[in-house]
Write a protein that binds this ligand. Sequence first.
Ligand SMILES: Nc1nc2c(ncn2[C@@H]2O[C@H](COP(=O)(O)OP(=O)(O)O)[C@@H](O)[C@H]2O)c(=O)[nH]1
Ligand SMILES: [Mg+2]
Length: 274
Amino acid sequence: MTAPSLLLLIPAYNEELRLEPVLRDYARYFHDHYRGRFQLVVVLNGCTDNTLGVVQRVAADYPAVSALDFPEPIGKGGALIEGLKLAPLADLIGYVDADGATPPRAFHELAQHMDGVDCVIGSRWLPGAVLHVEQSGRRRFASRAFHLIVQILFRMNLQDTQCGAKVMRREAIQAVHSSLCIADMAFDINLLYSLHRAGYRIREIPTEWTDQIGSKVTLARTSLVMFLSALRIWLIYSPRIYRLLRPLRPLEGWVYRKLRAPQPRPASPAQSPR
Ligand SMILES: Nc1nc2c(ncn2[C@@H]2O[C@H](COP(=O)(O)OP(=O)(O)O)[C@@H](O)[C@H]2O)c(=O)[nH]1
Ligand SMILES: [Mg+2]
């Protein structure tokens, strides 16, 4: 029996130092262990280093690997919004971080738990999760505070919306793609809440994770941007309040610019129910 075709996206921003071993590991692992078609696309955004050269070097050895290069700094979310346009290429589409925080077998495990659901996400906060190197105390505190805000605003009952590893069915992505607009690290909330509102089923499973050095996150600024973006998503689904706030829209662009965060894109809320 063959497995469903699988497309893995890796958003990458100046990852020349961390990416190569990760790409080789993934390409080798899925070549050896996956019984369906496997493709890996690195989505580069605004890289000023040689990340593209690294991908090309690996691609020369592994034809399953390729790159999509956006010279503008469109953010992790922007990169994934673009990458998810490739959904028609595969049955299952997923993503992981470029730094190898999620080992290939842990991503594979997500893809093996798709029975009866439309999306599987890795969780570092469920019993059974294996954390080889944990995030710093400050980072964990910020992460739990953000989790609380997300639970209050969206009530999805997920323990870890921010883990970098997720897999979805093609149809689910295609159905919600027009509601994806958040270009920064809060993109995951945008994606999960769109799926949730459209009636798609999300399963969270404990995963394996190694926090890596070289994070692109600057805690205070990234947290503030993510908070603003979470609020923005909530407003999109509260159209009356959103309309009332229309005079403040130009301010929004200014705030994201000031915070040096990628601008959100226009989007329409996901329809519910399916
Ligand atoms: N900060 C940032 N990260 C990006 C961007 N685009 C892609 N990423 C990727 O987002 C992923 C997670 O970033 P990382 O620095 O490992 O975050 P952390 O592990 O949560 O601290 C990596 O694959 C980055 O390359 C971007 O524009 N800004
Ligand atoms: Mg990381």
